[in-house]
Ligand binder design. Structure first.
Ligand code: UDX
Length: 440
């Protein structure tokens, strides 16, 4: 099918490349000439495993191209809207200006029978606003939320665990068209759920709200573990065996960040308040607060371990990305911890396998270096993103290069006993170890 994808950020670039890889003819549209040039040359503007290969093969096969000109959407019949919906500066609500602009810009090029497919995460009630203008052009609207995880975005797009189509009542044509777009995934077993617009919009934000709640739940248990001597990792294992609960997303640590979870729960809260149902999701404010407290707790732990002050102490911060396999530092707890420690006067040397460039742009005041540079003569080591290279560090080798063997494991990802056995003072979140200091 002939497809356009408007907005070539994380979502759009991956979607465009994935659609070309399953045989569609795709044009990706973005206002950013630099991004379009990079994508056209097969260079991915983000670190996402598998994406460069997909871009290159798409471009070489002639199935994929990029442009800054919205008029190039004329060649397509299916138009995906994949622009960002960031948190607005004035509060928690979503800023919809890019969605509005993308759809307005597309309207003049729509033809009879075209499909406009919203993929951006929007507050419930947004799609409805566009139905009249799109119908006036003889086109159809679908809201088709995206559930991709960074680091697995290519796989999640090609083999989605579900496809949700929010359509106008009785719009079988739109369903058939979209089934054709996703034929490969459907044949491979992805279930399709057809709903109204509001349900489709809500599916996305409620899924993210649920995930955020699960993480904050286990982090709340970590807070209780810290004052009772319990071990939150064993607790997570034990409750995770209950299939109704499940072990996934029960990793206690410095909490969630990234371009989705934090902003989506805030936008959901703001929208529910607008709808007069603020109390229904009031718990999300607690979820947010628990999450942010964990960052504070990591800084507190480092301070405690260093005897009450981090001032002029060298702290190696291992990790800056909001999670491993990503160079994304949007709302990253890791970067936040580095900045806070730096602000308290610590001599922070921060490192990350992929996210140093993005971190430097946001926080040029931090000192960045290699893992070796960060660890050399460090008074304390903080692991804030669970990259495999940090999990696999040899505690004995690292012991020989630091000044003081203090490690704060803000992701509970290290083998605590192995580090303690190698002579380290180990501190995790909600976790006890053999030689760990007794906590209050
Ligand atoms: C998320 C959703 O998973 C995805 O479905 C949606 O489309 C976009 O938002 P993503 O932002 O890529 O995806 O990251 P995810 O893997 O969900 O992790 C989010 C954050 O939670 C990360 O900072 C991660 O470190 C943290 N996390 C995750 C935990 O702290 N503990 C866990 O157990 C799991």
């Amino acid at each position: 099918m002939r497809i356009s994808v408007i907005g070539c950020g994380y979502l759009g670039a991956v979607h465009a490349a994935a659609m070309a890889s399953v045989g569609h003819d795709v044009v990706g549209i973005d206002v950013d000439q630099v991004k379009v040039d990079a994508l056209s040359a097969g260079r991915s503007p983000i670190y996402e495993p598998g994406l460069p290969e997909l871009l290159t093969s798409g471009i070489q096969s002639g199935k994929l191209r990029f442009s800054t000109n919205t008029a190039d959407t004329r060649a397509a019949v299916i138009h995906f809207i994949a622009v960002g919906t960031p948190q607005s500066h004035s509060g928690g609500s979503a800023d919809l200006r890019y969605v509005d602009a993308a759809i307005e810009g597309l309207l003049p090029y729509l033809s009879e029978g075209d499909l406009v497919v919203g993929k951006s995460t929007v507050p419930v009630g947004t799609a409805e606003r566009f139905t009249e203008a799109i119908a006036a052009r003889g086109a159809h609207l679908v809201w088709n939320p995206e559930f991709l995880r960074e680091g697995y975005a290519v796989k999640d797009t090609i083999e989605p665990d579900r496809l949700v189509y929010g359509v106008a009542d009785g719009d079988d044509y739109a369903v058939d068209q979209l089934n054709e777009v996703y034929a490969t995934a459907i044949e491979a077993g992805s279930p399709v759920i057809v709903t109204d617009f509001a349900t489709a919009e809500l599916v996305k934000v409620s899924a993210n709200a649920f995930l955020a709640t699960k993480i904050s739940f286990i982090n709340a248990m970590a807070e209780i573990a810290e004052v009772t001597g319990a071990d939150v990792t064993k607790l997570a294992d034990a409750i995770g065996y209950d299939k109704r609960i499940g072990r996934k997303f029960l990793n206690a640590g410095v909490g969630f960040g990234g371009g989705c979870l934090p902003k989506d729960i805030r936008a959901f809260t703001a929208r529910a308040e607008e709808l007069g149902r603020g109390e229904s999701v009031a718990f999300l404010k607690e979820v947010d607060a628990i999450n942010l407290r964990r960052r504070e707790r990591v800084v507190e732990l480092v301070t405690e371990e260093l005897g009450g002050s981090v001032f002029q102490k060298k702290v190696a911060v291992l990790g800056l990305a909001f999670k491993p396999n990503s160079d994304d530092v949007r709302d990253s707890p890791a970067l936040d911890v580095a900045v806070r420690l730096n602000g308290l006067g610590a001599n922070v040397v921060a490192t990350d396998p992929q996210a140093m460039k993005n971190s430097r742009e946001l926080h040029p005041q931090l000192v960045y270096g290699s893992t070796e540079e960060a660890l050399a003569d460090a008074d304390a080591v903080v692991v804030v993103t669970e990259w495999p290279e940090y999990k696999d560090l040899d505690p004995t080798e690292v012991h020989s290069v630091v000044r003081t063997p203090i490690v704060v494991d803000a992701r509970n990802c290290l083998d605590a006993d192995a580090w303690a056995d190698a002579g380290w003072e180990y501190a995790g979140l909600g976790r006890q170890v053999k030689n760990g200091r007794a906590r209050p």
